[in-house]
Design a protein around this ligand. Structure first.
Ligand code: SAM
Length: 213
């Protein structure tokens, strides 16, 4: 998701450093201390405009949420949503998923969400998919033992690739839905992309996969 460059984005993030954390690597190993509690840490990689995590943070006040988003121009919209929602258990980090191990100590994260990750459909770009094995090995390091990845997408190709990738990595698939909105899954919180695609009649795929370390 690329939105038009917003020249005021840096200034807006600088004014909201209580939500958009400036130097997240300085908090490596200290995230619970930062939140001031011992609640679990759940992260979403590729948060986009923040609808999912804002909804999750409101629904689950006993979980600390961190949203990871590459583009400032997108993250400003998520920051505004956190301000409007008045939640203090959700913070946002403007970083690339590739540097996650600089930000989290091994085993510091309890769960990881991937929602509507960019599909990178060309074979030569498969290493960029956020469910490629190199990303799984990063996630495995920062997640607790037996930590889970919860994944949603509208893209059948990415979903099939990801199920294979989880399985070939040795993860255990504990939930798979080929049509989430027609299933009996309860408590689903929709992302911006999920709303957009399901309004067009597209089905939504969802999985949960667990590291077996
Ligand atoms: N999760 C949101 C949703 O479901 O509405 C946004 C989906 S959008 C297709 C993918 C998002 O992932 C974009 O906002 C993009 O900037 C972000 N993203 C892609 N690669 C990333 C990376 N390596 N690190 C952090 N964010 C990334």
């Amino acid at each position: 998701m690329r939105v038009r460059n917003k020249p005021w984005a840096s200034e807006f993030l600088a004014e909201n450093r209580h939500i958009a954390i400036a130097q997240p690597s300085e908090l490596k190993g200290k995230w619970q201390e930062f939140f001031g509690n011992s609640n679990p840490i759940h992260i979403e990689v590729g948060t986009g405009k923040g609808q999912f995590l804002t909804g999750m943070a409101k629904a689950n006040p006993d979980i600390n949420y961190l949203g990871i988003e590459l583009f400032q121009s997108v993250m400003v919209i998520a920051v505004q949503k956190v301000i409007d929602a008045e939640v203090d258990n959700l913070k946002l980090l403007n970083v690339d998923a590739a540097v996650l191990t600089d930000i989290f100590e091994d085993g510091e994260v309890d769960r990881l969400y991937l929602n509507f990750s960019d599909p990178w459909p060309k074979k030569r770009h498969e290493k960029r998919r956020l469910t490629y094995k190199t990303f799984l090995s990063l996630y495995e390091r920062l997640l607790v033992k037996g930590g889970e990845i919860h994944f949603k997408t509208d893209n059948q190709g990415l979903f099939e690739f990801s199920l294979r990738s989880f399985s070939e990595y040795g993860m255990l698939l504990t939930f798979v839905s080929l049509d989430l909105h027609q299933s009996d899954f309860e408590g689903n919180i929709m992302t911006e992309y999920e709303e957009k695609f399901s309004n067009k009649g597209q089905r939504i795929y969802r999985s949960e996969a667990k590291f077996q370390n």
